[in-house]
Design a protein around this ligand. Structure first.
Ligand code: EPZ
Length: 430
């Protein structure tokens, strides 16, 4: 398993062009197979999870081509409705294929995506909604069989604004009879991007980003061309690296209006920020200020995918901070590693109390999940001495050439290729 070797203490400064949003492109790639035609997706990042999704689409019979950051998917000839276990287990986001496959061919079989590093991640909301639309769902020793001769539009009130469940319902509703209303949907920008893509394919969807999404089913769909929105979590991650190393960073191809809650917390911690249409400029203070409490919430609240990175910032801030995670039940896995580096953190239930220290010491740590791994890299960049971050496959799932971009911004970071001994390590799902 590859690892990173980092020599800390260098300021992260310069400019970085953001790539397309991982959590935007995954449902859009899945949705493309509903059209049965050719879709061209621009600004598609080169990530492990994206490549796994493309492999699954090929397995289902799609023709897939990649030309740099443009992916072309021709779904005219689907040859199967079964997603091999090895691929389904490889990436949780295979669950996004439930809706599109039911809409396209009325059947899908996959291994239950199961839990992952950050929590149990049930899909009960997805299945309950699809059943309410008329799908038959059977679960048999880790396998999931969904069938629907005809899906019917209905009103679905989500108990929790689940991103994946909202997306699956939107995609299944494309071929449902009549209108489907999603009440209390997720409002993330990636939902709006999916709506825009599907409407470009001929769908009729309104309300993404509001408290109710309405899909008029049965519209004839066709191929389309679409540019994925920027990755707001990649943006926040790079800003965090500059913030904690006294750096200055200009982000290009950004969407600052989608990051209000995150940018507000950078300001609260003493960073000066300027934003324009598609750029964000951050100048870090000599030392970050503690922040009384950050609580992760569904969008537009503070994103859970920025929690780990801000825990690292709090570890070095001047004073006492508190981080409360309300979305996932197991997303504080890098606390022990941060404490080995000298951080003072006490976990109390779903809150972490942090007393900032002047300095972290480099040491040998392990990435436990995607954003926790990125947070450990940020800690290593800020720490004195050398840090080794093991199992960076987690990071490769969600960041496109992470170390290359950081090196261009002044970081001393090298990727150490895995050795034979660890070749068979399988990276847990994101
Ligand atoms: C998406 O995951 C993102 N992944 C996650 O990003 C992100 O953290 C999450 O939304 C929340 O914003 C992708 O888009 C590929 P949820 P998703 O359904 O859809 C519970 C990253 O780091 N829940 O909104 O799986 C669930 O257990 C990843 O890029 C149910 O109980 O998230 C969790 O506690 C990590 N039943 C909460 O809802 C369900 O049927 C939020 O889950 C579904 C979810």
């Amino acid at each position: 398993m590859d690892s990173y070797h980092i020599i800390g203490g260098k300021r992260i400064s310069g400019s970085h062009k953001l790539t397309g949003a991982k959590n935007g492109v995954l449902p859009i790639l899945a949705a493309s197979l509903v059209t049965g035609e050719t879709c061209t997706i621009h600004n598609c990042p080169d990530l492990l999870d994206v490549n796994t999704m493309l492999t699954i689409l090929k397995e289902l019979g799609c023709k897939v081509q990649r030309e740099k950051n443009t992916v072309i998917v021709d779904s005219s000839q689907l040859t199967q409705s079964y997603i091999p276990k090895v691929l389904g287990k490889e990436m949780r986001s295979s669950v996004f294929l439930l809706g599109p496959m039911l809409a396209r061919c009325g059947a899908v079989e996959m291994s239950h995506p199961g839990g992952c590093a950050i929590g149990a991640r049930p899909i009960d909301l997805h299945l309950k909604a699809l059943q309410k639309m008329g799908a038959k769902v059977e679960e048999e020793n880790e396998k999931l069989f969904c069938r629907a001769l005809k899906l019917k539009g209905t009103t679905i009130r989500l108990d929790f604004p689940s991103v994946g469940a909202t997306e699956n319902i939107m995609m299944a509703a494309l071929s449902a009879e009549g209108e489907t209303r999603i009440v209390h949907p997720a409002k993330e920008p990636e939902i709006e991007d999916l709506q825009n893509f599907l409407n470009a394919c001929g769908a009729s969807i309104v309300g993404a980003g509001t408290g109710e999404i309405v899909i008029s089913g049965g519209k004839p769909l066709h191929g389309a061309e679409h540019k994925v929105i920027p990755d707001r979590i990649e943006a926040g991650t790079f800003l965090a690296a500059a913030a904690v190393t006294k750096g200055e960073l200009l982000l290009e191809n950004a969407a600052p209006f989608q990051m209000a809650s995150t940018l507000a917390k950078f300001r609260e911690m003493g960073c000066s920020l300027r934003t324009e249409q598609d750029r964000i400029y951050l100048k870090a203070p000599q030392r970050l200020k503690a922040v009384k409490e950050i609580k992760t919430l569904p969008y537009p609240g503070f994103p859970t995918d920025m929690q780990s990175q801000f825990l690292t910032l709090m570890s070095l801030a001047d004073g006492q901070s508190k981080m409360t995670e309300t979305i996932f039940e197991n997303r504080f896995k890098q606390i022990d590693a941060l404490k080995n580096m000298g951080a003072q953190i006490e976990l109390q239930g779903c809150s972490a109390k942090v007393i900032g220290v002047e300095e972290l010491r480099g040491c040998h740590v392990e990435a436990k999940d995607l954003r926790g791994g990125a947070a450990m890299v940020i800690a290593g960049l800020a720490a004195s001495g050398e840090t080794i971050v093991e199992k960076i496959c987690h990071i490769d799932r969600g960041y496109d050439k992470f170390e290359v971009a950081l090196k261009n911004l002044g970081a001393r970071i090298e990727r150490i290729q895995e050795d034979e001994r660890e070749k068979n390590y399988k990276c847990e799902k994101a």
